[in-house]
Design a protein around this ligand. Sequence first.
Ligand code: PMV
Length: 351
Amino acid sequence: ETIVTGKVTWQSPSNIALVKYWGKKENQIPANPSISFTLNNCKTITSLEFTRKKDSEQKGDLFDFEFYFEGQKKEDFKPKIYTFFERIEEYCPYLLDYKLIINSENSFPHSSGIASSASGMSALALCVMSLEKQLFPNISEDYFYKKASFLARLGSGSACRSVQGKIVVWGEHANINGSSNLYGVDYPNKVHEVFENYQDTILLVDKGEKKVSSSVGHNLMHDHPFSEERFKQAHKNLATLKDIFKSGNLNDFIEIVESEALTLHAMMMSSKPYFILMKPNTLEIINKIWAFREATGLPVCFTLDAGANVHVLYPEKNKTEVFQFIEDKLLGYCEKNQFISDSIGLGSKKL
Ligand code: PMV
């Protein structure tokens, strides 16, 4: 039976990497494995309306779609989506038979400097899979989610870690069962209870547009003097993190997570061309976190993405004291005192 028309909607979260993905090979294959907490509140909701082209309409070589972001038609986002469709065409040839209308909105401010590509691309990939499921009802749930993550990866590497929760691994690693370069997998082992509902308060230090796109950044790892060591280190850090997830040793957790964040930025600072994405207030916040940890012994640490914003990570049971500290000492360093309260989440959801 041919599906003529329909509409599907997915919600998909952002994620924050603990061991970072920075550097890739052909076809969005990561140069090293990475692992992330799936977030709960930072998410994109995307709907896909599809109408089968009539036989008289041109079929077969052009993607026909409109894109709306928060209710407004957006032409400037279309090239990125077009590239995504081109990359997934061989896996989803049916897309060419449909006229598509994509509607997308974020739960966080678009200009917050929060990477919306992970939540956005995963939500769109899931919508495409829901269309596929209507065309091929027999596909299994396992296939559905693996392929959704596979497609999301082709949109934006880190997006493949947003399909599921709560902790996702992407990239082959000798000690992680089922890990793959092609899609993210749920972290397969039992995790110590201290990580349950782990908190991530995102401090919005700089809401400006990214000065360096992540694809440019990834490419700079090709001729980078430290890349081979870095890729080895990521494997090692992921192996150590596996032990930490079992033991619940937060001192060790903090050491790995902060080192990963600083190493990511160190790679940017030592590439050619070199660049600095941290701002003075990023460093102020890091120093304040260190001083607070020293003074109180509370297990709070930071991580960074490819930008100036700081993710403050801590266990749920320390929420009251840590949040008090954030409010008193850190929010002053944020643009207009802005922040997002988030925590580990379960992954995407069909609406
Ligand atoms: O998914 P991309 O290509 O935008 O890369 C993002 C990479 C980092 O956010 C900096 C690190 C990571 O692993 O998420």
